[in-house]
Design a protein around this ligand. Structure first.
Ligand SMILES: Nc1ncnc2c1ncn2[C@@H]1O[C@H](COP(=O)(O)OP(=O)(O)OP(=O)(O)O)[C@@H](O)[C@H]1O
Ligand SMILES: [Mg+2]
Length: 255
């Protein structure tokens, strides 16, 4: 049975895609004999663009087609440079799916239904969510066991945390009893800043916080431009080591 993990925060630019990408890639490196899937649910296609040229597929071969047909056909699953890592890419037109999802009875369950046949094949499935709490994001929550919430302390607000915690609780109560928040991941974090450090206990009052945090580094943007992860672009960098440490922290929870 696969473990499905959504990377979610309704705020933009907090490190969701970077985290989803590095977790999927890092898990695939750590477990070469297990299959890992990255699902891009954001119409911005940032995660997809690392591995797949957007001119090489149509919306039918993307998450759009998957949500429309409620099934995953082979030509929607794309290879990556790692033999055991695969990606379901997003498409610019995914935004147009929102209306269809909110007006059909099975609208919140389509991703979950589509992923069912993959559950014996893929050990870990990571879902990169868009920066909103749309029907697309609800599909990710309905499909998932765990939620990881990247949080940028400068953009962070207690109201925002409450909003996420309430949304997760609502989905848990109504649609998916297995859902839980695994933890908040502090991104762009500098523990020497007193304000940033003071926020951590505040966040912990609402949701758990990972021990590992992610620093700000230009290497992240550089790696992205080179369409690489930090594990290949700058394996010795601080942020590469932090993502590696986060992976170990998550693996310890699953052990
Ligand atoms: N630790 C970091 N240090 C420096 N830059 C980072 C870091 N993490 C992410 N970035 C950069 O910040 C920007 C936003 O990151 P990312 O795309 O991961 O966030 P996001 O939450 O997915 O954004 P969106 O809400 O738009 O989908 C990107 O340009 C990314 O390269
Ligand atoms: Mg993103």
């Amino acid at each position: 049975m696969s473990r499905i993990i959504s990377i979610l925060n309704q705020k933009g630019g907090v490190g969701k895609t970077t985290t989803a990408l590095h977790l999927a890639y890092g898990f695939a490196l750590d477990y070469p004999d297990r299959k890992i899937m990255l699902v891009d649910m954001d119409s911005q296609c940032n995660a997809s663009s690392i591995f797949v040229d957007n001119s090489s597929y149509t919306r039918e071969n993307s998450v759009y087609g998957i949500l429309e047909k409620k099934e995953i056909h082979g030509n929607a699953i794309f290879d990556t440079p790692l033999e055991n890592l695969f990606i379901l890419p997003s498409h610019l037109s995914l935004i147009e799916m929102e209306n269809q999802l909110t007006t059909s009875i099975d609208g919140f369950f389509r991703l979950s239904d589509a992923l069912k046949p993959l559950k014996n094949e893929y050990e870990y499935i990571f879902i990169d969510c868009p920066p909103n709490l749309s029907a697309i994001t609800i599909n990710a929550m309905v499909s998932s066991h765990d939620i990881i919430v990247p949080l940028q302390t400068s953009k962070f607000s207690i109201d925002g945390i409450r909003f996420i915690a309430n949304a997760v609780q609502s989905v848990k109560d109504r649609y998916n009893p297995y859902l839980k928040i695994l933890g908040a991941l502090l991104t762009f974090f500098d523990p020497r800043t007193t304000i940033a450090a003071a926020m951590v206990p505040e966040i912990r009052k609402h949701i758990p916080v990972f021990q590992t945090y992610i620093s700000k580094s230009v290497a992240v943007e550089e790696a992205h431009l080179m369409k690489k992860t930090l594990f290949d672009y700058a394996p010795g960098s601080k942020v590469a080591k932090q993502y590696d440490q986060l992976i170990k922290e998550i693996q310890n929870v699953y052990r």
